[in-house]
Design a protein around this ligand. Structure first.
Ligand SMILES: Cc1cc2nc3c(=O)[nH]c(=O)nc-3n(C[C@H](O)[C@H](O)[C@H](O)COP(=O)(O)O)c2cc1C
Length: 354
């Protein structure tokens, strides 16, 4: 069942409009620097996350594996990660635990990206049930540098086969965080992570957060498509398709831990804004799916365009390295500013407060 679902999700994500909601990035602007006094050709896009170094901050969000046909998708994504010197995640490895024949659809990532920072993936709902030995197998399967534990309760609430018993997840995350040898990244999948949840995750021993905010791929929308012969579920998915904390807001909400900004990141200007708000890396999912079906060259081209776009934002703000983006003036307006103010955030950067 899981294997069929994986391929259904992949097909829907490549054939239908599965995005919904607002990321908040359109409310955020840099102040143009007419005298940047830096050379665009020598800008440094290198990024650091959990002590690892990357040639640029783009991270390939964990999406797939779990069906024989996904092996070539993961292979293309992994080859791109290896060639570009960036990090990569895999999709939920649950299917490979239940059917070892599917291991290759995940292990291909480490095979094709021997030097990359690879992130294993499993749901919080699964780790509640798994023995520690099973969690260790997930990490070994891709020789992972970190383990992402995903939180996807919006999707579970709409999926016909969804599991909505969220009790005991934090305790399970805490127990895994204490026991495994790699850092744990808590990861949403499109509804974002709040300050309160980030603090609880930090206390539980989580090392980083992938905000997986709203405004990009909507799992409620994907499930609404899948439920086209079940009017109740279809209606539920449509009602909740834009539910969640916008990615730009969630970056600030979850800032008590190092952050991967994921959810609706579609260009290098949004990457620059995410870094300026405090993210260390920026995850891109859906836009890499179709290119991956056509081979690694297409994935490399897409990510290279994003990096070029990032460089122009750096140039026009006089930022020689990513860290400089964090101190460049930023204007936050509209719904994003209102939301942040209502949530108690100071919109002025420390150096702007007079
Ligand atoms: C086809 C597809 C499958 C995904 N599968 C998983 C998964 O198994 N585990 C997970 O944590 N996130 C999964 N995601 C979520 C992504 O990692 C990411 O958080 C989300 O797609 C938002 O980013 P985007 O708007 O750039 O697509 C999947 C996304 C897509 C598009």
């Amino acid at each position: 069942m899981i294997t069929n679902r994986k391929i259904e999700h992949l097909t829907l994500c490549t054939e239908e409009d599965v995005e919904s909601g607002k990321t908040g990035f359109s409310d955020i602007r840099f102040v143009h620097n007419a005298l940047p006094e830096v050379s665009k050709s020598t800008l440094d896009t290198t990024a650091t996350f959990l002590g690892n170094h990357f040639s640029n901050p783009v991270f390939i969000a964990g999406m797939t594996g779990g069906h024989p046909e996904t092996t070539r998708v993961n292979a293309a994504l992994a080859e791109a990660a290896e060639q570009l010197g960036i990090g990569i995640g895999v999709g939920s490895q649950r299917a490979a635990i239940e059917n070892p024949k599917l291991i290759e659809s995940f292990s291909i990532v480490r095979e094709r990206a021997p030097h990359a920072f690879v992130v294993a993936n499993i749901g919080a709902l699964q780790i509640k049930e798994y023995e520690l030995e099973v969690v260790e197998r997930l990490i070994e399967m891709v020789d992972a540098n970190a383990l992402a534990i995903h939180l996807n309760f919006l999707q579970e609430a709409i999926q016909p086969e969804g599991n909505t018993d969220a009790e005991g997840c934090l305790e399970a995350i805490e127990s895994v965080s204490k026991s495994v040898r790699v850092p744990i990244i808590a990861k949403e999948t499109g509804a974002g992570i709040s300050r309160e949840v980030a603090v609880r995750l930090k206390k539980a021993g989580v090392s980083a957060i992938d905000v997986g905010g709203a405004g990009g791929t909507s799992w409620a929308k994907v499930e609404a498509f899948r439920a086209s012969n079940d009017p109740t579920l279809e209606r539920l998915g449509t009602l909740y398709e834009s539910w969640g904390i916008p990615t730009a807001v969630s970056i600030l909400e979850a800032s008590s831990l190092p952050i991967i900004a994921t959810g609706g990141i579609r260009n290098g200007l949004q990457v620059a804004k995410s870094i300026a708000l405090g993210a260390s890396l920026c995850g891109i999912g859906l836009p890499l799916l179709k290119p991956a079906l056509n081979g690694s060259v297409h994935v490399i081209n897409e990510i290279s365009s994003v990096v070029e776009e990032l460089k122009v934002a750096m140039f026009l703000t006089g930022s020689t390295e990513l860290d400089d983006l964090r101190s460049t003036p930023l204007i936050i307006t509209g719904e994003t500013a209102q939301t942040l103010q209502l949530r108690g955030f100071n919109l002025m950067r420390p150096q702007e407060r007079r």
